[in-house]
Design a protein. Structure first.
Lengths: 222, 85
């Protein structure tokens, strides 16, 4: 068991998020009421997913430069974990929207951007599955990953701001700053992002270690 | 492990059942667990449930991490033995 400082930090931050997220006072706003506490769970998952996908793009670039398999492992496992977070974020967003916007999937640019980004990364996983040769698989998927990330950022962050959106901070709505009337929510929001990212990174490192073991076992049998 | 989870769940059931009865204030103490958990709209029950879920996930992660570390150690020893031989 590799007991590192950041694993312990992940546990501490997430337990802090859960306890403080429910017990501290939040601004009483009209449509949201207590669901504004979702800001500690739904939103940090999306932020953690963005961080994970950016690290995945970084490892894809590293793989293309050095051709070392370990970077390919990190790239693919980061995308897999990012996709898991994205699906969870999508479902929790639908639940939240169903009771605040009165519709689980309204015609909203950010939701469309998120859905298209999910499809792009699903296609990445399918692309990997279509290759037999490991080196070809790694190279082509690394190139695709970089393009996928370059498309993901505008879809999620830039385009929704120009369109009429329901999401806070986009399309003429006041941003998160308008909700956080006395800055107390930031005290839990930022640690929550870090906690979710560290938890996801723990899972990614575990899966990479398992891949390395499988690789070594395969080499031993050959 | 399973016994402690069962105990906690049983404890929560107990809280929900007694909520229906009228509480005799002379018998219930001022600062009991029951009073704490049923105050503030029973939010503490939610906090406890989520903390238990989180701790369960972390326990599972620790378990997998230990297993993977053991496999890595076995492989390292195996390859060292092979080099020695």
């Amino acid at each position: 068991m590799r007991l590192t400082w950041w694993k312990i930090l992940a546990i501490v931050l997430l337990i802090y998020t859960v306890i403080a997220g429910f017990l501290t006072a939040v601004p009483e706003l009209n449509v949201l009421h207590q669901t504004i506490r979702n800001l500690y769970f739904h939103v940090p998952m999306w932020f953690a997913m963005t961080l994970l996908l950016s690290t995945s793009a970084y490892f894809s670039v590293k793989y293309l430069r050095t051709q070392q398999a370990i970077y390919d492992y990190y790239a693919v496992e980061s995308v897999k974990m990012g996709v898991v977070l994205g699906i969870l974020g999508f479902i929790t967003g639908m639940i939240w929207g169903n009771y605040t916007w009165n519709h689980p999937l309204p015609p909203d640019p950010k939701i469309y951007g998120a859905a298209v980004s999910m499809l792009i990364y699903f296609a990445y996983l399918i692309l990997r599955g279509s290759f037999q040769n490991i080196e070809q698989k790694s190279k082509v998927s690394a190139i695709y990953n970089i393009f996928a990330f370059a498309t993901f950022i505008p879809l999620i962050f830039i385009l929704p701001r120009f369109a009429d959106s329901l999401h806070p901070g986009n399309g003429g709505n006041p941003g998160f700053n308008a909700y956080d009337l006395n800055n107390h929510m930031r005290l839990i929001f930022y640690p929550a992002i870090l906690g979710w990212f560290l938890l996801s990174w723990w899972i990614v490192t575990l899966k990479v270690r398992i891949r390395k073991i499988q690789n070594t076992l395969q080499e031993m049998h050959n | 492990m399973k016994k402690s989870i069962a105990f906690i769940l049983f404890f929560l059931l107990f809280i929900q059942n007694t909520q229906a009865q009228t509480v005799n204030t002379t018998q219930v103490e001022e600062h009991s667990f029951y009073n704490l958990f049923t105050s503030q709209g029973m939010i503490y029950v939610v906090v406890l449930v989520l903390t238990v879920i989180l701790l369960g996930i972390f326990t599972y992660l620790f378990y997998i991490d230990k297993k993977v570390a053991k496999m890595e150690k076995q492989l390292k020893n195996h390859s060292l033995d092979q080099h020695k031989a």
